[in-house]
Design a protein around this ligand. Sequence first.
Ligand SMILES: Nc1ncnc2c1ncn2[C@@H]1O[C@H](COP(=O)(O)OP(=O)(O)OP(=O)(O)O)[C@@H](O)[C@H]1O
Length: 592
Amino acid sequence: MKRTATAREGWLLPYLRKNVLLFSVVFILGVFAVACAAAMMYTSGYLISRSALKPENILMVYVPIVLVRVFGFGKAVLQYTERLVSHDVVLRVIGQMRERLYDRLEPHAATGGRSFQTGTILGLLAEDIEQLQNMYLRFLLPMLTGLLLFGIGIALLGRLDTIFALQMGLYTGFMAFGAPCVVLWRTLGRQVEWKKARSRSYRKLTDALFGMTDWKLSGRVSALVQELNDRERAAAQLYRSVQRSEWRLSLLTQVLGGGAIAAFTIWSGGMATQGRIEATAIAAYALVAFPLLDALIRAGHSVTALPEYRESLIRLQDTEQAYSPLAPTKAATAESAGSEQTASWEVEDHYQLEVQDGSFKYPDSQIWAVQNIHLHIAPASKVAILGRSGSGKSTILKLMQGLLHPTSGTVLINGQPIRSPGPPAHLFSTLNQAPYLFDTTVANNIRMAKPGASDADIQRVTRMVGLHEQIQALPDGYTTLMQEAGSRFSGGEQRRLALARVLLQDHPIVILDEPAAGLDPWTEQALIATIMDVLRHKTLIWVTHHLRGMEQMDEIIFMEQGRIRVRGTHRALLESDERYRSLYRLDRPFSY
Ligand SMILES: Nc1ncnc2c1ncn2[C@@H]1O[C@H](COP(=O)(O)OP(=O)(O)OP(=O)(O)O)[C@@H](O)[C@H]1O
């Protein structure tokens, strides 16, 4: 519920609200730091003028001397503290944002995800969220400080000379905000284009890295490098053009700032001539403008980066939406409305999965991915889902895990309809054909499934999957480094290590997504035998194209174009279904 509200409010407000106290402290520190700088310049100006009048006694300028030191010291301390607190709070916020995005993406990673583009995701996690850090540090906080000081400065000046205050208000207002807005308007298109080019570059680069072997085999690496270079160059050209506009803006504001100082000096000279201020205050008025104008210019400049922040925000919101579980059916929503009782899967040990007349259509598709599915998977039962590519096997898995919600019909766990954000992650483990082994020790690779697991726990599961002796024989036993992507282990051994992870996790339902694909028949047979043996007490849902091991399943479901074509035990299907029989013959030519 809380998560949904956060998603609705976007990526800025919830974090501002959550850390309002710390943000207020940063804002107050920022204002006081500039105020201290202004006070130091004012007293310095006064001190210079007073000293020029040759005071008879040093004691006559003693107080301004002390004040200059106090303000100078105060400014440094306040600025340092403001940086410290602001970075602390912003880094916390960035951490929370990355966690939020990760939570959204993680469930989809387990099942392959929807249009999962690693480059886009890396770009989001690294660059876009980083941009939002700047949004707080370089835009929001300086802008608030700048506006407040601008208001106070003009109001104080207005007490001395209303006309001059109005003129300066308009002049500095144009300098600080008007000129950057003009530059923003002129560079808007190029900024958006640059941001998109960067994002495309990220995508292309990660795509190229993943397919590097194929690029090498096709002998086209130099063409790829050339294309990547061209993209980078085009993006850099756009960036340079935006930068040039910003440098011009910088020059313009510095010149206008110089004009403001000159105007102040002339005005304060006039005021002193009229006897409305002391002559010693002329320099003070001229100097006090420096830090104030500086804060104002910084605030104004931050406006030019707004399109970048906006692009990052849009991309984050789009990704969050694309990876959120799709809206539950009206029936499921009505059933769950107002019921705050604990879902039964949170309290029971045995899990029963049901799909009642489930159908699903992807939002951008005209055809049903699955239609009128009825399934009942009892605790510890073994069910295989077979079918050609595109027949709807993965969609059923996603429906059962709550990653998708049926367009019509219901999915239940222990009699409770699954509703957003889906059943807890500790219900399902997945064993697939490409487990990733990280470049750390063998023990750590297994322990990642359950971070607190002891060495004895790890050895128990490696014994179960038949790898203990082999691991012990490695140069450093369980602390041997895995080497890149587990290259010291064969394909079959890598799957066994992944099976050890699944055993350590000890979740009640295990999804086997072609875990033996690509292995030779003997290794495949041995692996399947181990899987069936060590996971015999768990619910198994096995998605496969092959029929090896089907004898051991309680039910085989044969999918075709999103529907269940036939179902039954291996023996029953062999007897009754010609298609299944011929497939079995093809798959296992020597055993039938
Ligand atoms: N994100 C998506 N958007 C639109 N259509 C989709 C999407 N994912 C799958 N489909 C379509 O839904 C149907 C079922 O796809 P699904 O991935 O469930 O099949 P599958 O049996 O798991 O295939 P495979 O064995 O190749 O993984 C297919 O027609 C597929 O094109």
